[in-house]
Design a protein around this ligand. Structure first.
Ligand SMILES: Nc1ncnc2c1ncn2[C@@H]1O[C@H](COP(=O)(O)OP(=O)(O)O)[C@@H](O)[C@H]1O
Ligand SMILES: [Mg+2]
Length: 265
């Protein structure tokens, strides 16, 4: 709505995660490198944790575009399923159709698919976002899937992505097998203060404006409010742009930022 006022091509700070706006922070780059390494080594489970809003889902979506073509990916974004539905969702996202509805048949079909990928020199990855919602049983089930192997290599690489509670969930005694199989771990951190400005610029650049829209003094306030969490940065910038539009300003200044924070809080 305020796009025309500022001359934006689209909303720069919308709430949905849009991989077009990807900003590679140090922590995102490290997470990506850790995942890529883990996948290529075929040695075990990759665990990515991070607080709400740090960019976990964005990272998952980015992975889809960035992994090499011979890596087949199944991405489960919302694992609020029964055990059977989870299995079906995993298999369907690989593009495998399963007529049969029983567990054993589905696993057999998946295994055949994985062996075929491996024979072609490819790899397969299962990424589960919001993995803190998986029950102990489901975690055990995905561990078993990631155990499918040839004589020396795992056929399915597993990336579990979730909020910090995921670590707590995994610390249960009966999940020690999955815990022992974790090969790479990375915690996604909020942006550093200097990254906040770059992050905002990437987004403004993408909608056709550089840094003419925000006064320099604002970045510190945005960092203090958000603690570097991208979701909170988006929320504040979006609100401030709206307020600037209502007040017929062409730039955001300290007053608008502080007033927007009062409205949000
Ligand atoms: N590295 C990034 N580059 C660009 N935008 C990001 C980045 N990380 C997070 N965001 C944005 O922040 C918001 C929250 O990100 P999201 O991936 O949904 O976080 P999480 O899944 O950790 O809760 C989204 O609007 C997303 O577009
Ligand atoms: Mg998410």
């Amino acid at each position: 709505m305020y796009c025309r006022h500022y001359g934006f091509k689209k909303m720069p700070f919308s709430a949905t995660s849009d991989p077009d706006f990807f900003f590679e922070s140090d922590s995102h780059r490290e997470a990506y490198a850790a995942i890529e390494f883990g996948i290529s080594q075929r040695k075990g489970i990759i665990l990515i944790t991070g607080e709400v809003g740090t960019g976990k889902t964005t990272l998952c979506k980015k992975l889809l575009n960035r992994l090499e073509k011979n890596v087949k990916v199944s991405l489960v974004l919302n694992p609020y399923f029964s055990d059977m539905q989870l299995l079906q969702a995993i298999v369907e996202d690989f593009g495998i159709s399963t007529q049969k509805k029983n567990r054993l048949e589905i696993i057999k079909t998946l295994n055949a698919f994985l062996i075929e990928q491996h024979a072609k020199g490819g790899n397969a990855v299962l990424i589960i976002d919001e993995a803190q919602h998986l029950t102990a049983r489901q975690l055990e089930q995905v561990r078993l899937l990631s155990n499918l192997e040839t004589s020396d290599e795992k056929l399915l690489q597993l990336v579990l992505v979730g909020q910090p509670e995921l670590i707590e969930n995994l610390s249960k005694y009966r999940l020690r097998q999955i815990r022992q199989r974790i090969f790479v771990k990375h915690k996604l951190l909020p942006l550093e203060e200097n990254e906040v400005k770059q992050y905002i610029h990437v987004r403004l650049n993408d909608v056709g404006k550089k840094n003419q829209v925000i006064d320099d003094e604002c970045y510190k306030i945005i960092y203090e409010f958000s603690g570097g969490i991208p979701r909170l940065i988006n929320m504040l910038c979006d609100r401030a742009l709206l307020m600037g539009y209502v007040r017929e300003k062409s730039r955001l200044d300290e007053t608008i930022l502080r007033d927007s924070i009062k409205e949000i809080a």
